[in-house]
Design a binder for this molecule. Structure first.
Ligand SMILES: *Cc1c(COP(=O)(O)O)cnc(C)c1O
Length: 392
């Protein structure tokens, strides 16, 4: 159990209104009581195995490896139920909510992917599920709204301010304060006030634990490098965490370079952001000189977040995690290359990690590299077709 620290160096903490503090304290206490028990772990492992489909495969890419001149393995989170790693966290937290005795879960979602993963968990575990979503995002992501509703979740459009993710976050906090007795707030990445970054990381670290035993079995050694895309940071910290003390394994987080770092339309909070407060935490954020949060941009909705998890900010500052970025165009190229060479269509988010390897292939020559393939790309077919000037 490592819930001792509320901060990772200078990052993290609880930058939340007074009225939320007792809810956060209660969550920490219940989590500490419930998470380590054999009962909880057994039930969680049951669902991870029989519902999510874990362990996910570690796939050696014969064609891509030959093409790029290094040994590339993919950790196949795209094969998890729902098509991404997000389910590891939503099942974990929904189960926690159930053990605490909460009957209702709420979430906020930008593109809808976390909303869908929450709706899945809510349906499975019989929890009333309500998801806050900016009105503009509701309009843009109709398919995900429909999927959530199919699974019995209620989507609540948020009409305030920019009508996007940050407004949905505010509404979810407000709801939680008002209904804390019966409601669990299910955060979608390793972000938010303590203890969320730790809770979510502990539900995602299974990715790295599986990777470690799988690569040892195949290669009889650790990989030279691990690469993962970074939005909030949950799939990255999920695959990194078990390797953090293995200093020979280089860790690379790849952010959304969007239309380019120089012109400001990107989502690279670690690479190009500065220390600030957002979503209840101190972390690296995209902000203007008055501390107002700036709008992020990425071709991939899942990387479109103006902050990043505090643990990653800390590991980056400490020099343990390296950070790079891939632009929209580079991600799109990687999307096509992986699809053509391996018959695996990656999520546009995950394509950023692939793109980083492609553009730095000289650096990784003859090395063994694991890429966390955080999700599958079916959801992105329309976006990609549009970019390629094709009609579906
Ligand atoms: C949501 C999402 C991400 C970004 O979230 P992290 O918390 O940074 O992992 C990355 N890949 C996919 C497929 C996603 O759905």
């Amino acid at each position: 159990m490592d819930l001792k620290q509320k901060k990772f160096g200078q990052y993290g903490g609880q930058f939340a209104p007074e009225i939320l503090m007792s809810a956060l304290e209660d969550l920490e206490k219940k989590y500490n009581e419930i998470y380590p028990t054999a009962d909880f772990q057994n039930e969680l492992n049951y669902y991870l195995k029989n519902f999510v489909g874990r362990p996910t495969a570690l796939t050696y890419t014969e064609n891509l490896s030959k093409k790029l001149g290094c040994k590339i393995y993919l950790k196949r989170e795209d094969l998890a139920h729902g098509g991404a790693h997000k389910i590891n966290n939503t099942i974990g937290q929904a189960l926690l909510a159930k053990h605490i005795g909460k009957k209702r879960i709420i979430a906020e979602t930008g593109a809808g992917q976390h909303g869908v993963a929450t709706a899945i968990a809510g349906a499975l575990l019989n929890l009333k599920t309500e998801v806050y979503m900016g009105e503009e995002d509701v309009e843009r992501q109709k398919l995900n709204v429909f999927r959530m509703e199919l699974m019995g979740a209620k989507v609540i459009p948020v009409k305030s301010c920019s009508r996007t993710l940050k407004d949905a976050i505010n509404e979810a906090f407000r709801d939680w304060v008002a209904n804390v007795k019966n409601t669990y707030y299910l955060i979608g990445s390793v972000v938010g006030p303590y203890p969320y970054p730790i809770i979510v990381r502990n539900f995602q670290k299974i990715i790295g634990e599986e990777t470690k035993s799988q690569i040892l079995e195949r290669e009889n050694k650790f990989p030279d490098a691990i690469i993962a895309c970074v939005g909030g940071g949950s799939n990255a910290i999920g695959i990194f965490y078990d390797f953090v003390d293995n200093n020979d394994v280089l860790l690379y987080g790849v952010e959304a370079g969007g239309e380019g770092i120089e012109n400001g339309k990107h989502g690279a909070s670690l690479y190009a952001g500065s220390d600030g407060i957002f979503h209840g935490m101190m972390t690296k954020v995209l902000q203007d000189r008055y501390g107002q949060i700036q709008i992020s941009h990425s071709i991939s909705a899942g990387l479109d977040y103006p902050g990043v998890g505090p643990e990653l900010a800390y590991l980056y500052k400490k020099g343990r995690v390296n950070v790079g970025y891939a632009t929209d165009d580079e991600a799109l190229d990687a999307f096509k290359i992986l699809s053509e060479t391996e018959g695996i269509v990656p999520a546009l988010e995950s394509s950023h990690a692939v793109a980083f390897l492609i553009k730095n292939r000289e650096k990784f020559k003859d090395r063994t590299v694991v890429i966390n393939l955080s999700g599958r790309g079916d959801k992105d077919a329309n976006t990609v077709a549009k970019m390629l000037g094709k009609e579906i």
